[in-house]
Ligand binder design. Structure first.
Ligand code: AMP
Length: 300
C-alpha cells in the first residue's frame, strides 16, 4: 500500500447558504482517502460506531480503499454539525459528538506498516503520534486544526518534529507560528521540523514553501461554492496521492502535486459531502488541473 491515513470518519449535518443535509458521510479521513484513491492505493485507520451506514463502507470499497484499519465499536459514530453563513471559510460548529472517537486506540494492520506516505489528518496530536510510532513511511505529511494548536501545542510540536510536510490553512499557520506574515509564518513552521509547508488560503489558492523555494497556485474559479466542508482534506488527498503515485519528492514534482490538490479541493466544494468526489472521471481531473496552467501562463 502506498498511502495510509488516520483521521476522523464522521456523520455530518451541514447547512450552507445553498441548502442543508443531514447525516451524510464526512470526516477528514473520508475526504482524504476518496480524493487520494484517484491517484494511488490508500488505506484508512479510524473508528466508526454501530450507526455507521454499511453503504459508506461500500462506497470506500468501490473506490478501492482498504478499510481493514477501520474499527467498528459499539456506540455512535463521531458526529459534526456545521452551519456556514456567507463567510464560507468559518463554519459555526452546531454540534460535535466525539462518541466512539473519544476512546479510539488506533490499530495498524500489518499490511499498512510500510508505506510510501503517511498522512496524519487533523486529529488529536496524541493519536497522530501513536500512529507515527507504528508506521514506517518514506514521507510523513500532517494537518492540524486551531483546536489542537490552542489546546495541545506541546504535543503538536513533537509531531511536527517528525513531519516532513505540513498542510495548514492561513489562520492556523499564523496561530501556530505567532507570525502574521505568511512567509515569516512558513519559515517559523519549517524551523519546527517540516521541510515543506503548504499554506491553504481558501478562495485565494495555496502556497508551497519548500526549503527556500516558493510556488503559488490560484484557486480554481467557481461561481458557487456549494459546501466547503472537506476542501482541505480533498486537497491533501490529491497532493499526497499524486506524490505517492510518482514517488518523486522534488520541488518540481511538488508543484504539480499542489495543482492536483487544488483541482481535487475544487471538486469537493461543488456538492454536499463527497457527492461530487465519488465518481470523477480521470479525464475530468486532468482537464481541471490543466486549466491551472492556462490561468497562470504568461510571457514577459
Ligand atoms: P474541514 O477540513 O474543516 O472542512 O472538515 C472536514 C471534516 O472534519 C468534516 O467532515 C468533519 O466531520 C470533520 N471534523 C470537524 N471537526 C472535527 C474535529 N474536532 N476533529 C476531527 N474531525 C472533525
Amino acid at each position: 500500500m502506498k498511502t495510509v491515513t488516520v483521521g476522523s470518519i464522521a456523520i455530518d449535518s451541514i447547512k450552507t447558504p445553498f441548502g442543508e443535509v443531514r447525516d451524510v458521510l464526512g470526516g477528514s479521513a473520508s475526504y482524504f482517502s476518496i480524493s487520494a484513491s484517484y491517484f494511488t492505493s490508500v488505506g484508512i485507520i479510524g473508528v466508526v460506531g454501530k450507526d455507521f451506514p454499511e453503504e459508506y463502507i461500500e462506497l470506500f470499497k468501490k473506490r478501492g480503499i482498504d478499510t481493514s484499519g477501520i474499527k467498528f465499536e459499539g456506540g455512535r459514530t463521531f458526529r459534526w454539525a456545521g452551519d456556514y453563513g456567507y463567510d464560507l471559510n468559518n463554519p459555526k460548529t452546531i454540534n460535535l459528538e466525539l462518541n466512539v472517537f473519544e476512546k479510539f486506540k488506533p490499530e495498524v494492520p500489518e499490511k499498512m506498516r510500510n508505506v510510501e506516505i503517511l498522512f496524519l489528518a487533523a486529529i488529536h496530536p496524541e493519536l497522530q503520534m501513536a500512529v507515527l510510532h507504528e508506521i514506517n513511511a518514506k514521507l510523513v505529511i500532517s494537518d492540524t486544526r486551531d483546536h489542537w494548536i490552542k489546546g495541545n501545542k506541546k504535543k503538536l510540536v513533537e509531531v511536527l518534529k517528525r513531519t516532513d510536510g505540513l498542510l495548514i490553512n492561513e489562520e492556523e499557520a499564523r496561530m501556530l507560528s505567532e507570525e502574521y506574515n505568511i512567509l515569516k509564518a512558513a519559515r517559523a513552521i519549517m524551523k519546527m521540523g517540516p521541510e515543506f509547508v503548504v499554506i491553504k488560503r481558501g478562495e485565494y489558492g495555496a502556497v508551497l514553501f519548500y526549503r527556500d523555494k516558493i510556488f503559488y497556485v490560484p484557486a480554481y474559479p467557481l461561481e458557487v461554492i456549494f459546501d466547503p466542508t472537506g476542501a482541505g482534506d480533498s486537497f491533501a488527498g490529491g497532493f499526497t496521492g499524486f506524490l505517492a503515485h510518482t514517488g518523486d519528492y522534488s520541488f518540481d514534482n511538488m508543484k504539480k502535486a499542489v495543482v492536483y490538490g487544488s483541482a481535487m479541493g475544487s471538486f469537493a466544494v461543488e456538492k454536499f459531502s463527497v457527492e461530487r468526489l465519488i465518481d470523477l472521471k480521470e479525464g475530468e481531473i486532468f482537464e481541471r488541473a490543466s486549466k491551472f496552467k492556462e490561468f497562470v501562463e504568461f510571457e514577459l
